[in-house]
Ligand binder design. Structure first.
Ligand code: GAR
Length: 208
């Protein structure tokens, strides 16, 4: 059986990318990373990819800024890069650029995102700050399939994380991040094992 080929999109630190690499290298996630693509130059995530001998690509959004629809043009190039590397599942690991229908239509229910809140609460930027400002007692993270719309696709896995008295944004982000590093590889493993069944908004886990 061939191993699931991942394309990981990143924009920054890359700790979720690292968690995925670690599980693959440990043999606990049967997948391979075909390519890591960043929309930001020189970010730690690209260094991590290179250190582990992975294909690491920076695609510069400025290169398409003069086209009639820069976001679509960018995603067309992104799509071609993913297809050239025969990517089967696209993983958004801290990728902070909205993706367009070009990518979503070609990889329907084959794009996963991790978000640092219990969706549908607190979509968008600074989810942990939003949660603290709202005064919630329980925060968490969500892995979901990507559809059009911000952080709205069918939910695959979620895990709650307590908010402690006096938490700063950094405290809460760090507590959530630890859980993300377990949750994201778990969701990818379920996909790799063919155990995700999607009906409308609902994702069911079938037996192994
Ligand atoms: C993670 O907390 C991830 O959930 C979040 O960005 C961080 C990336 O960290 N993603 C979003 O907010 C997406 N809306 P990392 O680069 O160390 O993996």
């Amino acid at each position: 059986m061939s191993v699931l080929r991942l394309g990981v999109l990143v924009s920054g630190r890359g700790s979720n990318l690292q968690a995925i690499i670690n599980e693959i290298e440990a043999g606990t996630l049967k997948a391979e990373i075909a390519v890591v693509i960043s929309n930001k130059h020189g970010v730690p995530a690209l260094d991590r990819a290179e250190r582990h001998g992975l294909n690491a690509v920076f695609l510069d959004p400025k290169a398409v800024a003069d086209t009639p629809d820069p976001r679509q043009t960018y995603d067309q190039i992104l799509l071609e890069t993913l297809q050239r590397h025969q990517v089967q599942l696209v993983v958004l690991a801290g990728y902070m650029k909205m993706i367009t229908s070009i990518l979503i239509d070609s990889y329907e229910l084959r794009i996963m995102n991790i978000h640092p809140s219990l969706l549908p609460s607190f979509p968008g930027l600074h989810a942990q700050r939003q949660a603290l400002h709202h005064g919630v007692k329980v925060a968490g993270c969500t892995v979901h399939f990507v559809t059009e719309g911000m952080d709205t696709g069918p939910i695959i896995l979620q895990q709650a994380v307590p908010v402690e008295e006096g938490d700063t944004e950094e405290d809460l982000s760090e507590r959530i991040l630890k859980v993300e590093h377990d949750l994201f590889p778990r969701a990818i493993r379920l996909f790799a094992e063919g155990r995700l069944r999607v009906t409308g908004r609902t994702v069911r886990l079938s037996d192994a």
